[in-house]
Design a protein around this ligand. Structure first.
Ligand code: SF4
Ligand code: SF4
Length: 255
């Protein structure tokens, strides 16, 4: 398994759930950017590929104590023993030196081991040939191949945007990218700036600062897969639904 080198870059995301209004702009931007064909019949959610999916969380309390939060969920780009990478028999999914877990369609044999291994259910099997509304095929993103029937696809942190940003930097005789030169389509589309994206290894970056917040948590952190997507929430019940054990609870149990 290719592991992140000791390089200067390690990309990650911080999503502020206190700012998210559940509008879905991130999910729409993701589909447009990555040439994902939508299905007219959305009754079977398991057959749709929505790399950025919105979940509605509720505290389960009756009115007027009801609280609802929307949780956008991309691939977590797990840093440690990346579960999907560990099980793929044909190295169709790999993590590069900047921490991005990619998917190579032409290698994928559709065995779906990676889907079974992924604890976050972020991978999608293409059950059908992608069909775009008439005319839309002329507006597909030329930087992204369309995933064909029989392969698995997933969020790649818009890796093609990194390549584009690097190309631009080389034209200007630069090696390093400035912050915000490379961001994902969902980050760009979010109207409330709930999503921050950047280099976790740069101590001056917004994501490096936000992830240190006492409000920060990660989903299923106890699995030890070291997801590089962090969430922020001021509400304990939200952090608890991320399957995190709150520090106060540990102290209470110990006493
Ligand atoms: S969230 Fe799932 S698909 Fe993404 S890196 Fe982790 S195991 Fe792989
Ligand atoms: S675009 Fe922003 S506000 Fe809208 S659902 Fe996505 S994260 Fe939430």
């Amino acid at each position: 398994m290719k592991k992140s080198s000791g390089g200067k870059e390690l990309y990650g995301m911080v999503i502020d759930l206190d700012k998210c209004i559940g509008c879905g702009a991130c999910a729409v931007a993701c589909m447009a950017e990555n040439n994902l064909a939508f299905r007219y019949d959305e009754t079977d959610k398991l057959k749709s590929a929505t790399w950025m999916r919105l979940y509605r969380l509720s505290n389960g309390q009756p009115y007027p104590r009801t609280r609802v939060v929307y949780l956008p969920r991309p691939c977590m780009h797990c840093q440690h023993h990346t579960p999907c990478v560990s099980v793929c028999p044909v190295t169709a999914t790999q993590m590069d030196e900047k921490g991005i877990v990619s998917q190579i369609y032409s290698r994928c044999i559709g065995c779906r081991y990676c889907m079974a291994a992924c604890p976050y259910h972020v991978r999608y099997f293409n059950w059908w040939d992608p069909v775009f509304p008439k005319g839309l095929e002329n507006y597909l993103n030329p930087d992204i191949s369309v995933a064909m029937r029989g392969v698995v696809s997933k969020c790649t942190f818009c890796n093609h945007r990194y390549q584009r940003a690097k190309d631009r930097a080389y034209m200007e005789d630069r090696r390093d990218l400035k912050e915000s030169e490379y961001i994902t389509a969902c980050t760009e589309a979010c109207p409330t700036k709930a999503i921050a994206f950047g280099n976790l290894k740069d101590p001056q970056s917004q994501v490096a600062k936000l992830k240190k917040s006492p409000k920060a948590f990660r989903l299923l952190e106890k699995l030890g897969s070291e997801p590089k997507v962090y969430y922020l929430s001021t509400q304990d019940w939200v952090r608890r639904q991320g399957d995190n054990v709150l520090k106060e609870e540990v102290a209470r149990k110990a006493s």
